[in-house]
Design a protein around this ligand. Structure first.
Ligand code: NAD
Length: 364
């Protein structure tokens, strides 16, 4: 791989003990379904990002510990938020290829593959509000490009689109926990619309490709995934808390901390994503998350207990920081349990402990 050296923002290659353990946990949670990937080539857009790199780490783990015929990962990333160093440990791995390209634009890719994962996206609200057009483009044009590349394949077995729980917007409390058939309460013009609405259209495209071309496509709607491997300068809440904890600074909340989220540790989520791609019903969407709903203040207090740094409250200088911010977020996992056998197992405390240990490891 030849890339300019970037500040890695706390992301690190899978030489980290915690990242290796996480890949092993996700692979174990995938069970025998993993064998469908043996000998296959998997195209991963956004593979240098948090979720995409975790998907690649699982393939590398399976190659080392399970497969006789290795799976191959072909990563396409333009490093708008991902970093080359995240996959640096794999630079000499003959089964991982890294292509530096913008998937929203024309791309000449001469690779045959059996699975495609569209994990490219701009997921951090701080960043997507600064880059609204690029955010919409990767969710619509980037997805379309991936779909067309997949349509040209002779033996396409699975396509996974990373949608988001944000497609539910700010749900009516009667729809918490939120099932996949809830239609959402979303602004099409608000400050988050570039992300939420383009993901919604992405899901429409997924369904259309299934209807028109019989595509084996599934969408996943991740609910606040966090953990080792996520850049600590990413601007999302847990990275912000980690960044402060590692620097021995107070844990600053820019709200009253009463909004809720259901945080899902990365290795649980990664197993869910693969289960959706390999076992889900074609054309369907699945919630992937943890059903344990907590308020942000509680998360900051648990983090404070682990790090020994106090929690403080401030207001954001950005007047739109909280505009259209969902008040509650919690997945109903009934469909994912029934169709996919998905079951997260890592508690918030354990996940925060692992994330903090990792953040300290890479900040040394
Ligand atoms: N992490 C979460 O909790 C979460 C929740 C819901 C949805 N998602 C979705 O999952 C996907 C992955 O999220 P993440 O947390 O890993 O984000 P991330 O920012 O860590 O990774 C996204 C990756 O996509 C790359 N990328 C962006 N635009 C691109 C383009 N045009 N061409 C090529 N590469 C491009 C980035 O450089 C980065 O490496 C995104 O689509 C995101 O919207 C994530």
């Amino acid at each position: 791989m030849s890339h300019a050296v970037l500040n890695n923002g706390g992301a690190a290659a899978a030489t980290s003990r915690i990242l290796l353990e996480d890949a092993a946990h996700a692979a174990a949670a995938l069970g025998d379904a993993a064998d469908r990937l043996e000998g296959a080539t998997v195209l991963v857009s956004g593979g240098a990002g948090f979720l995409g790199a975790a998907m690649v780490d699982v393939l590398v783990h399976l190659n080392t510990h399970r497969f006789k015929r290795p799976a191959r990962a072909v990563v396409v990333d333009n490093f708008v938020t991902g970093v080359p160093s995240r996959l640096q440990a794999l630079a000499t791995d003959p089964n991982v290829e890294m292509i530096s390209a913008d998937i929203s634009k024309e791309i000449d890719l001469k690779v045959e593959f059996q699975y495609a994962i569209h994990a490219a996206g701009i997921a951090s609200p701080i960043i997507y509000r600064a880059k609204p057009l690029q955010t919409a483009d990767v969710n619509v044009w980037g997805l379309r490009r991936m779909l067309e590349l997949a349509r040209a394949q002779k033996d396409l077995r699975g396509f996974l689109f990373f949608s988001t729980s944000e497609i539910y917007g700010d749900p009516d409390p009667a729809h918490i926990p939120t099932r996949e058939d809830y239609r959402g309460y979303v602004s099409c013009t608000g400050p988050r619309a570039c992300y939420d609405e383009s993901k919604r259209f992405g899901e429409t495209l997924a369904v259309v490709y299934h209807q028109e071309f019989g595509f084996p496509i599934r969408s996943v709607r991740p609910f606040n995934v966090y953990g080792a491997g996520q850049r600590i300068d990413d601007g999302r809440i847990i990275p912000d808390l980690m960044k402060a904890a590692v620097a021995n600074q107070p844990l600053v909340l820019l709200s009253d901390g009463m909004a809720t989220r259901s945080f899902c540790y990365i290795s649980d989520a990664t197993a869910g994503f693969y289960r959706a791609m390999l076992l889900g019903k074609p054309g369907e969407a699945y919630n992937v998350g943890n059903p344990h709903e907590v308020n942000i203040r509680h998360v900051a207090e648990r983090m404070s207990a682990l790090s020994g740094t106090p929690v403080t409250f401030q207001s954001s200088a950005d007047p739109h920081y909280l505009t259209d911010n969902p008040q509650r977020r919690c997945p109903d996992l009934t469909k994912s349990r029934e169709h996919l056998g998905y079951e997260p197992s890592i508690s918030l405390d354990e996940g925060l402990r692992r994330t903090l240990a990792w953040a300290r490891e890479v900040s040394r």
